[in-house]
Structures are given as C-alpha cells and as structure tokens.
Ligand binder design. Structure first.
Ligand SMILES: O=C(O)C1=C[C@@H](OP(=O)(O)O)[C@@H](O)[C@H](O)C1
Ligand SMILES: C=C(OP(=O)(O)O)C(=O)O
Length: 401
C-alpha cells in the first residue's frame, strides 16, 4: 500500500520507459522473420513478458537482445496474463501453427471482446472455437485471401491480421476503426522489419515476407502522459526519450495540453510541460483511449465543465468510464457518467482511498490527482502498475525529490 501526500509543486525530469505497443510488435515480427533480429531497449513489464512468453512458446529462441525465429510456428498453450494486445496477435498467429493451440488469460481479459477477430479468421478458413478466452485454435488450415474486419471494439484486431498477412499474404479491409494510430504504429514497425504492403484508405494488401531488423524501441507517450499532465497541473516536468517524429496514439496529449492552456515545448527527443492556465476540455478519446483516465484527472482541476468520451472505454482492463466516475466522485468532484464518457466539473479534489479496479492506468491517473488533492491519498495495490510501467512510482519519487 502507498500513501501519496500532496505537494506544493512539481519541478523535475524523468526518462520515458520504452513503448509497450512497439515492444509487442517488435517481438512478434521477430518471431515471423526470415533471420534473427535484435530488439534494443524493450519494455519489460507484465504485458510484454506475456508477449515474450508467447514468442518463446511459438518456438523462437531468445538470447539476450537477439530473437532467433523458428522455421515453423509451434502450436502450444499460450497464457497471455492480462495483455489484450498479446491475446489478439497470438490468436491470429496460432492459426499458422499445425495442431491445436489454446490462448487463455486471466481476470478481465476473459471478458474482453475477441469475436470480430475470430469471425475474420474463420472466414479465412481457420477452425477456432470460442469468442472469449480461453479460445481453441486448430491451426494449419489458414490460407491468404481477402478479409473484412470490424474494428469498432479494438484496433488490435487489425494489427493481428496485418501481422498474420506478413506471413501468408492478405488483403484486409477495415470498417469502423477505433484507435487508428495503433494501426499506423503496426505499419511503421512492419516497415522497420522489411514487410511490403500497399494501402488505399482503409484497405491493405500485405505481401508475405519479414526480413528481420535491429530495432530500437522508442519511448512510450502513454506512460509519459501521466507525468506530462503533472507538469501542466503542478509546475514543470521534462520527459526525455520521447521522439518528436513518431505516430504514437497518445502523442495527442501534446495538442490537448496546449488546448487546455499549458506551455508545451517539444524537442527532438524530449517534451517539457509547464503550468500556465487550465481551461476545461472537450475531447473524444476513441482514437487514443489510454489517455482517458489522465485526461479525466486534468479535467478535475480545470475550472468549468469538461466532457471526455470514447467508444471503447468500457472494454479495457476495467470499465474505465465507471472506474473514473467512482474515484472522482469519492474525491468530491462533480461528475456525471455518460454512455460513452464523463462530464466533469473541475474543482479541488480531496485525497481518497483509490479503487483501482485492477487497472494500471486508473491507479497511475489517481496518483497524479493525489499530488494536488486536499489530504492524503491511498493506493492499496501499487503493483497494479506492473502491467505497463513497473518503475512508475520510482519515477514519481525521482520527480518529487
Ligand atoms: O495496439 C496496441 O498496442 C494497443 C491498442 C489500443 O487498444 P484498442 O485498439 O483496443 O483501443 C490501446 O488501448 C492498447 O493499450 C494498446
Ligand atoms: C488496454 C491496454 O492494453 P491491452 O489492450 O494490450 O490490454 C492498456 O495498456 O491500457
């Protein structure tokens, strides 16, 4: 358990951890490559360990930062912990492995949607049983061809098919996408690994062949966003290891912080945010859903009414709309739960015992809220941040020292 005592101001620097999303992509593309690859500075967290375990279970050999791919993927039992990204990609790639595979996970992941991806893979000839984890795949029947994917619940369905297509060749047509920048992140990583594809709007033709790469994982804007908001609320924060020229979904934080009135300076490899003034925000997070919890915290301090929405916010490690509504109401903030988001009236939050709903981003967002709250905040289970950011509290201490 951790107690967070409010501070007068924040003024410090940290280094962003490596990107969870790029780490997933680099390991799975290394698995599919024609030769060995190097992955430099990967994120090591609960989610990426799930991916590393899956890549090993498919038959890859990992020696330090080198991944030696198998000649053929092996069918296996894949336990992906609570990693949605790992689950979706593993389900798709397991269709390549002759024999029976099982993909399973724990907690909320067993309730999160897999159905549209399963339908698409069945359309391509694979035999799959179940639309929620645990899912059984009778691999080896998959062939290339043409498939349409409804991406209204998750862009990870698209990512999974694009990666599959880098092995089989595949034409993919996407409908109703959320979180589109994550598809751009997948395509960018495919470029790094020498995969050829053509695109026209929401249609892709992926050609078979993954060359391999020596790939350096960039810093994570999703993890950095918690401290960038702390800079906007309470003083100054500089986050190193953030590339200006990137396509990460949560780079949206830069535009939003400027719109709310913070002073944002972007260098080649860093971002610095200073408090200036705070205006309410009105934003749809459907393309960058992981910012929702920390934007709700930002809105809690911004005088006036903010509205923050997103189509898939209730489908994550928790129902994030409900989770933030509960915690902000407990902190004395006037909040109204909408079908797809929150209406928040900014004020001065009180310290609370945080209900994290076993969601790393709820715990991290509420920790930042605590820095300016009236009274002490309690984080009951600080280990919940291990899913994406094991060093979160170490970096917080570094910032406050
Ligand atoms: O592809 C990825 O790496 C991710 C995509 C997003 O999910 P959805 O596409 O399901 O919104 C995001 O919430 C998740 O943290 C990581
Ligand atoms: C939802 C997240 O990841 P995943 O979908 O991979 O579980 C997240 O990191 O907030």
């Amino acid at each position: 358990m951790l107690k967070i005592v409010p501070i007068a101001e924040v003024n410090g620097e940290i280094r962003a951890p490596p990107s969870k999303s790029y780490t997933h992509r680099a390991y799975f593309l290394s698995l599919l490559a024609e030769r060995e690859s190097r992955i430099i500075d990967p994120l090591i967290s609960d989610d990426t360990l799930a991916t590393i375990d899956a890549v090993r279970a498919f038959g890859a050999e990992l020696q330090n930062d080198t991944v030696i791919p198998p000649d053929e993927l092996k069918s296996n039992y894949f336990f992906v912990r609570e990693s949605g990204t790992t689950a979706r990609i593993t389900i798709a790639l397991a269709t390549l492995a002759h024999g029976k595979s099982v993909v399973d996970g724990r907690g909320r992941l067993r309730k999160r949607p897999m159905d549209d991806l399963v339908l698409a893979l069945q359309h391509l000839g694979s035999k799959i049983h179940g639309i929620k984890l645990p899912i059984i795949i009778e691999g080896g029947q998959i062939k290339g061809g043409k498939v349409k994917i409804n991406a209204s619940k998750s862009s990870q369905f698209v990512t999974a098919l694009l990666l599959l297509g880098s092995k089989t060749g595949l034409e993919v047509e996407v409908t109703n996408p959320v979180s589109w920048p994550y598809v751009e992140m997948t395509l960018k990583t495919m470029n790094s690994f020498g995969v050829k594809y053509e695109r026209e709007g929401l249609r892709f033709v992926v050609y078979p062949g993954v060359k391999g790469a020596s790939y350096e994982v960039p810093g994570d804007y999703s993890s950095a966003s918690f401290f960038l908001v702390a800079g906007a609320l309470f003083g100054r924060v500089k986050v190193e290891n953030l590339l200006r020229d990137d396509v990460q979904a949560d780079m949206a934080i830069l535009r939003i912080l400027r719109e709310t009135g913070a002073k944002v300076k972007v260098g080649k490899r860093y971002v610095e945010v200073r408090t200036q003034e705070l205006r309410p925000i009105n934003v749809d997070c459907s393309q960058f859903p992981d910012l929702f919890p920390i934007l709700a915290v930002l809105a809690s301090y911004a005088p006036g009414k903010s509205v923050i929405r997103g189509r898939q916010l209730r489908l994550k490690e928790s129902d994030r709309v409900h989770a933030m509504a509960v915690n902000l109401a407990r902190a004395g903030i006037k909040v109204k739960e909408l079908k797809d988001g929150l209406e928040i009236h900014g004020g001065r939050p009180k310290g609370v015992v945080v209900e994290d709903f076993n969601d790393h981003r709820i715990a991290m967002a509420m920790t930042i809220l605590a820095l300016g709250a009236e009274g002490i905040t309690v984080i009951k289970n600080e280990r919940v941040v291990n899913k994406s950011y094991p060093n979160f509290f170490d970096d917080l201490r570094r910032l406050l020292q």
